[in-house]
Each structure stands twice: as C-alpha cells, then as structure tokens.
Design a protein around this ligand. Structure first.
Ligand code: GRF
Length: 219
C-alpha cells in the first residue's frame, strides 16, 4: 500500500477502514459510496467528517448508514486543535486510509506528519497546473485547451503530493466555469474510485515521488 512520507509501506489482508473528509456537496463521496456498494471498491467507509454542518455530504453519509462528525473550526481555539480532534476521531475508528473529497481546508503539516496512514485527495485540474482554489476558473483564465482531474497523495504542500492517476478533459471555447467544472466532475467520479482501488489492491507502487501503476483495472 502506498504511504505518506514517513509511514512504512504495509499491505493488509482485510478491507481497509477508511474515513472521508468532505466540506460540501459530496458527489465524490457518493461515487466512492456507490463503488463500495457495488463491490468494485474494497474499502469500508467507517466515518465521514466535515468542517461544515448541514452539508449534502453529511446527508449522503447518513443515508448510507455511515457515522458522521462535524469539526467546525469555530468550535476550537485554533486550527491545530480542530485537526488534533480529527486525528483522535480517526484513531477511535481505527482508520487506515483517509480520502479527502472536496474538503476545503488545507491539512497542516503536523496533521500530515502524525497521520500514519495514506491521505489521498482529488483535485479538478491536471496538477501541477492550477493548484488551490477555483482550479477550473484558473484553467479558463489561462486559456488551456485541456484540463482534467488528478488523484494524488497528500503531502505538506498545496496539491503537491505524488500523482496516482489523472484524466484529461477538453476545454471547449464555449465553456463557462460551471460547464467545465461539471465535465471535470464526471471524470472525477470515475477516477477517484479507480485510483483508490489500484492503491488498495497493491497495483500502484511508489518509487520516490513517482507512482507506477502496475496493472490498470478495467471495471
Ligand atoms: C471537486 O471538484 C473536487 O475535485 C474538489 O472539490 C470538488 C468537490 O465536489 N476538491 P463534491 O463535493 O465531491 O461534489
């Protein structure tokens, strides 16, 4: 299994206990939940956390019978305390994999250092182009003809971790930020479950910052 910088590579026989952090709509969370329920993604989503109360992501989790927790930054004296609470929650649930699915806060370096499990993220551009917020707007303003999405390991930088999978999406001359975001989102919903599947099945191998895909699955 792929790991963050410090943790050792480990492979387990069982289904990985997975937490998801999401801040809003939760359509990528839904794609992961759907892949779990149709048997194509061998992980168990044991908890969903959000930094925002009342989000669709939380509703989708509750509908799937998955426990949820809200970690609202304003409930804590500072950001680090919020992140420590997330780590405690993940330890309680014996989490082995963390998936960020539209989690709109950047996790601090201490969180990443303390997380002894892989943390993955999906980003709506072909990284390293257009990291950070409003990636689709950045792509349109720059004038690229192709954008897309990236699933990557999270490191201490901003959208800078090793890339697991990418999918290209054309940028059309008539595109608005919304139409481009929608077309990229459709690719995200395919790419995220596939990247997680490759990883948990041991079909993605990390060599330095490069991740070699040993065998791409057709599902
Ligand atoms: C997606 O575009 C994802 O790439 C980005 O935030 C958006 C979240 O959408 N990180 P959703 O909440 O999964 O619908």
């Amino acid at each position: 299994m792929l790991c963050n910088g410090q943790c050792r590579t480990r492979r387990r026989g069982g289904i990985l206990r997975t937490a998801v952090l999401a801040s809003g709509r939760g359509s990528n969370l839904q794609a992961l939940l759907d892949a779990c329920s149709n048997g194509s993604l061998p992980i168990e989503i044991v908890g969903v956390g959000s930094d925002q109360p009342g989000t669709s992501a939380l509703e989708r989790s509750q509908a799937a019978g998955i426990p949820t927790r809200v970690f609202q930054v304003s409930d804590y004296p500072h950001r680090q305390a919020q992140e420590e609470d997330i780590l405690i929650w993940m330890r309680e649930y014996r989490v082995e994999l963390l998936l960020l699915a539209g989690y709109m806060k950047v996790l601090g370096p201490q969180f990443i250092r303390q997380a002894n499990f892989p943390v993955l993220n999906i980003h709506p551009s072909l990284l390293p182009a257009f990291p950070g917020l409003h990636a689709q707007r950045q792509a349109l303003e720059y004038g690229v003809k192709v954008s897309g999405c990236t699933v990557h390991l999270v490191d201490e930088g901003l959208d800078s971790g090793p890339i697991i999978l990418q999918e290209a999406v054309p940028v059309l001359s008539e595109d608005t930020e919304e139409s481009l975001a929608q077309r990229i989102l459709e690719a995200e919903h395919r790419l995220y479950p596939e990247a997680v599947r490759l990883m948990v099945l041991g079909k993605a191998e990390r060599i330095g910052r490069r991740i070699q895909i040993l065998q791409r699955e057709v599902v």
